[in-house]
Design a protein around this ligand. Structure first.
Ligand SMILES: [Zn+2]
Length: 159
């Protein structure tokens, strides 16, 4: 028997004012577009904003449905949009924010979104930096989505 350990490190900033201008701009955009979320059931409005390698910025927000499982997270809405508009354009940085009455603690992508983000990294051969923060306060920066999904399942298993 052999034991394997997994660790990863990430950066914690006390607020948006500690970030580089490019990162701060992306996070502020994410905070702004939370208002575009369609979240009448949970009132938990999430946004995801991507800075692409080609310099373009695209946004996504969560889209709920009365048939709850139909709901799509902001990150997957965004990835589908990027892929549809730009094909395999790599993502330089992704900012995720949310607005909720209860918390400003950074939230991170759900398991389903981590899986989709991991495949996006793989297909574009580039790690996606992720900025996580609520409407104010602490900001986490993670260097790669796969840091959040150890032993990632990928399409190579299907070949
Ligand atoms: Zn999700």
């Amino acid at each position: 028997m052999k034991q394997q350990a997994y660790t990863f490190s990430y950066e914690i900033y006390s607020g948006v004012e500690e970030l580089t201008k490019a990162d701060a701009d992306l996070l502020l955009k994410a905070r702004e577009v939370t208002e575009n979320a369609y979240a009448p059931y949970s009132n938990f409005k999430v946004s995801a904003v991507a800075l692409l390698n080609n310099g373009n910025i695209l946004t996504g927000t969560n889209q709920e449905n009365a048939s709850y499982p139909v709901t799509i997270c902001a990150e997957r809405v965004l990835l589908s949009a990027i892929s549809s508009v730009y094909g395999n354009e790599p993502i330089n940085t992704l900012a995720v924010s949310y607005s909720s009455k209860n918390s400003n603690k950074p939230i991170s992508p759900c398991g389903m979104c981590r899986q989709m983000l991991a495949e996006y990294e793989e297909r574009t051969n580039q790690p996606i930096r992720i900025i996580l923060s609520g409407m104010k306060g602490e900001v986490y920066i993670i260097n790669s989505v796969t840091d959040l999904l150890p032993l990632t399942f990928s399409g190579t298993a299907l070949k």
